[in-house]
Design a protein around this ligand. Structure first.
Ligand code: PEP
Ligand code: MG
Length: 841
């Protein structure tokens, strides 16, 4: 038989490969190589099955001749990747009246009748394509009566007696399974799981081991690890007098394999078989270099191995399993790293909604920051703070957030907004804080003033109602479904250590506060790649001073007010430097438009007028004066630095004084000062002159020296194009891909959420470019900027600090383009590091 590779007996030397016969056939061959007790098996190749689907009759005689001792057969699918699925297995092929008579003397009439009836039903539904309802009326009186009813029902419906010829039965089973694979639904399903359009199907024909019969007979599955945690633990189910995967049916009374609190386990009733099974599973783990689930049958106490499949596993278990295989010397560390898809780490870093739990869906938006949290709805930051004071977890629900909401976000368990996309304020801050966040949930109605939130199905939720935000899927759920805890255990830590060793790309974190910086340290980030300093001005005591500064009439007054902010900023930076212990810290000078610091509504403006002791009309006039048609393209970033230079001067002084303070206590600090939103060389020159002057002044005053690095944030297309001349004044360029994407597309990052899903659905954009770097367009600017910058300044440090910095595909691009590091939200550091390690392996 083994001269034809298309229909081949599975022996250790047969020409079988997963790419030609499927993963199951290949696995069974490996099991025979390990000398495991696998029943005789024949593998049909992809071309052989394709021919059968096209109408060529299968050569059943050749297949049957491979089973000289006769017996019933079963057929199972064998696709290249088991995850692609395939038609269900069909057992007991060859069962007929004559066989029934033989089996009845061997197994007893009831057992024989059960096997026969089960085969009739499965053949009827899967092969003859009869409606399963045909068997609805079959009574449970006695197995033999039930068998008669099944045979009669078949005959009535199929208009022929149940086929008795085993060869015809096998031929029909093979045909129907081959055709099922070609069906449209099956094709769509497997393509959704990643199968190519021309994926083939192999079939394996195996001699049945009954699992029904004398002594201890039955079937079950066994694995050596827990599916949820990956921890070593023999798990599985066994059911006496059963076949196939009956033991796994929830209603079955299957036994645990060991330590069954309900009574004896398999280990108790068949210790020898249990011992052999564990030994076989351990051998499979070592030789197949994977945790395998063993499908087995016992026949009068004797063990048969029917199949082996890769253990299904949670994200957490996949990490533990890979680490344990490497620790046991079964796979090298590099392979352990390669086996974990980087994004699955998100599931270990944050709480998750239990995937098994029912979900009461009340809205959907963009999954902006992973993790899940439950809390009571609040509609403002003030309410969030009150809720936190009562010790009640809350969900901050806003149409969109603005910098003033940061205090509310800090005390909330999660955030939900109606508007916004993946780089909107709520999304960026949420990811930075590791706070679950769903934005752009515009299928819900947000009536923030009335304090109601209405689901698309009409259900209305009000303040205090409990909801759950799933920031990993973008779902909003009613109530409190069970959550799984984050799991940064020792296996996670081992993967992180190995990844750092293997990786050749730096990973820094975007961190604005000491808490962020500590998180970055905990994840072993190699520094801070972006500290957005404006976030430091929103705390209540500073906000008032900031507002006062906005109302000053001339530079002298402004300097005076800024003097009061100086010690606060100095303390902020000193703390960051202390936490980072000499690792690089890139501080971005003030970036947002000033109007963001002023209240937009009347009552806020009245309060401000009171606080500053000004007429309300002065306040409203100033607010109006600062209003811009297009604030993202207006007076912000370096434009403020050039026109209102006192702010940058104060920040530079705070940075330098903090540098000296932190260096006096610990490792020397070399701060990196970054200028945002540059588009022209002259802007850099102007800022550089002033920053250098402040540095000289601080050196003189303190009679101590220090160094610093000045760099530019490339966020405008012009800065990328003119990187050659801009870089002449810089030690580094960091690409801010959020604004660069916004400006390259001319697409507002705060409003794109409204139509992004339509654009992606209709194929205008392959993906949301704020989420996945647009390699063709924005990427081209990055490459140009990097090349031109490096040509002018060979030692120039290059990095990316937009949200794309945590995205595995964008990381691959940056590494290829010769960047030194990527910087991302602290909670994305592990994903970025693993992605970088995989690229280097
Ligand atoms: C950017 O624009 O990519 C960036 C990191 O800055 P921000 O998100 O603060 O505008
Ligand atoms: Mg920016």
């Amino acid at each position: 038989m083994n001269t034809d590779p298309n229909v081949t007996l599975v022996t250790p030397d047969a020409p079988i490969a997963a790419a030609t016969h499927g993963g199951r056939a290949k696995c069974l061959q490996r099991l025979t190589r390990l000398n495991l007790p696998v029943p005789p098996t024949v593998a049909l190749s992809f071309p052989a099955v394709k021919e059968i689907a096209q109408g060529v009759l299968p050569d059943v005689d050749r297949i049957v001749s491979a089973f000289p001792s006769g017996g019933l057969l079963c057929v199972r699918p064998s696709s290249e990747d088991p995850d692609w699925g395939g038609p269900g297995a069909i057992l007991n092929i060859g069962m007929n009246d004559a066989c029934f008579e033989e089996l009845r003397s061997e197994l007893g009439a009831d057992a024989a009748a059960r096997i026969y009836a089960r085969f009739v039903q499965s053949y009827a539904v899967h092969v003859a394509r009869l409606d399963p309802d045909v068997f609805e009326h079959v009574t449970c009186a006695s197995p033999q009566e039930a068998l008669q009813e099944c045979l009669t029902a078949y005959e009535d419906e199929a208009e022929e007696a149940f086929p008795q010829d085993p060869a015809r039965q096998l031929s029909d089973v093979l045909k129907s399974m081959a055709r099922a694979w070609e069906g449209t639904t099956a094709r769509l399903l497997r393509q959704a799981r990643g199968a190519p359009p021309d994926a083939g199907l192999g079939l394996v024909v195996q001699r049945m081991v009954f699992g029904i019969g004398k002594g201890e007979s039955g079937s079950g599955v066994l694995q050596l690890v827990d599916t949820a945690t990956g921890a070593p633990q023999v798990t599985g189910r066994y059911l006496s007098q059963s076949q196939g995967r009956e033991a796994l049916k929830p209603e079955s009374e299957a036994l645990f394999l060991t330590h069954d609190p309900r009574g004896p386990s398999l280990q108790d009733i068949a210790p020898k078989a249990f011992g052999a099974l564990v030994e076989y599973a351990e051998l499979m783990r070592r030789k197949l270099r994977e945790e395998m689930q063993v499908e087995f049958a016992l026949d009068d106490g004797e063990v048969h191995i029917l199949d082996g499949v890769r253990v299904a596993r949670s994200a957490r278990a996949s990490v533990r399993i890979a680490v344990d295989l490497a620790a046991d010397g079964i796979i090298p560390r590099e392979e352990a790293l390669m086996r974990i898809p980087p994004r699955t780490l998100n599931e270990l870093l944050h709480r998750q909604v239990d995937p098994e739990a029912p979900r009461d869906l009340i809205g959907t938006g963009i999954a902006a920051s992973p993790g899940a949290a439950t809390g009571k709805i609040v509609f403002s930051s003030t309410e969030a703070q009150a809720s936190a004071a009562r010790g009640e977890p809350c969900i901050l629900v806003r149409r969109e957030t603005n910098p003033e909401d940061i205090r509310g976000m800090h005390v909330s368990a999660a955030v939900l907004t109606e508007k916004g996309g993946i780089t909107s304020h709520a999304a960026v801050i949420g990811r930075g804080m590791g706070l679950p966040c769903v934005v752009g949930a515009n299928d819900m109605r947000f009536q923030v003033r009335q304090k109601t939130l209405t689901a698309p199905d009409g259900r209305v939720f009000t303040q205090g109602d409990e909801i759950t935000i799933d920031g990993s899927t973008g779902q909003v759920l009613a109530g409190a479904p069970p959550l799984l805890e984050a799991a940064q255990d020792d296996a996670f830590q081992a993967i992180m250590d190995w990844a750092k060793e293997a990786s050749d790309l730096g990973i820094r974190a975007n961190a604005d506060t000491p808490v962020d910086a500590q998180t970055a340290r905990n994840f072993d980030a190699e520094g801070i790649g972006l500290c957005r300093t404006e976030h430091m001005f929103f705390e209540a005591d500073r906000l008032t001073v900031m507002r006062e500064m906005i109302f000053t009439a001339d530079p002298e007054d402004r300097r005076e007010v800024l003097e009061r902010l100086l010690p606060m900023q100095r303390a902020d930076f000193t703390e960051l430097f202390r936490i980072m212990e000499g690792k690089p810290v890139t501080i971005r000078l003030f970036d947002p438009p000033l109007h963001e610091f002023l209240p937009s509504d009347r009552s806020g403006q009245r309060e401000l007028a009171e606080a500053l002791d000004l007429p309300l009309s002065d306040v409203t006039r100033r607010v109006d004066a600062l209003r811009e048609y297009n604030p993202m393209l207006g007076m912000r970033g370096v434009r403020l630095g050039v026109t209102v230079p006192e702010i940058y001067e104060m920040q530079a002084r705070a940075i330098f004084e903090a540098t000296l303070a932190a260096s006096a206590e610990g490792d020397p600090v070399v701060p990196e000062i970054m200028i945002p939103l540059v588009s022209a060389k002259r802007e850099v020159e102007l800022v550089k002159t002033r920053v250098d002057a402040v540095a000289a002044a601080v050196r003189n005053e303190q009679e101590r020296d220090f160094t610093y690095r000045l760099g530019v944030m490339v966020e405008t297309p012009r800065a990328a194009l003119r990187a050659g001349e801009i870089a002449q004044h810089c030690a580094f360029l960091s690409f801010g891909t959020n604004d660069l994407t916004q400006m390259t597309y001319g697409l507002s990052r705060d409003d794109a959420g409204r139509f992004m899903s339509v654009y992606v659905q209709q194929g205008v954009y392959a993906e949301d470019p704020f989420h996945t770097l647009d390699i063709e367009g924005v990427g081209e600017l990055l490459k140009l900027g990097a090349e031109r910058g490096r040509a002018a300044q060979p030692g120039l440090t290059l990095s990316i600090c937009g949200e794309h910095g945590g995205n595995p595909e964008s990381i691959a691009f940056c590494r290829e383009a010769g960047f030194d590091y990527v910087s991302c939200s602290p909670f994305r550091v592990p994903v970025a590091r693993l992605a970088a390690a995989q690229l280097a392996i």
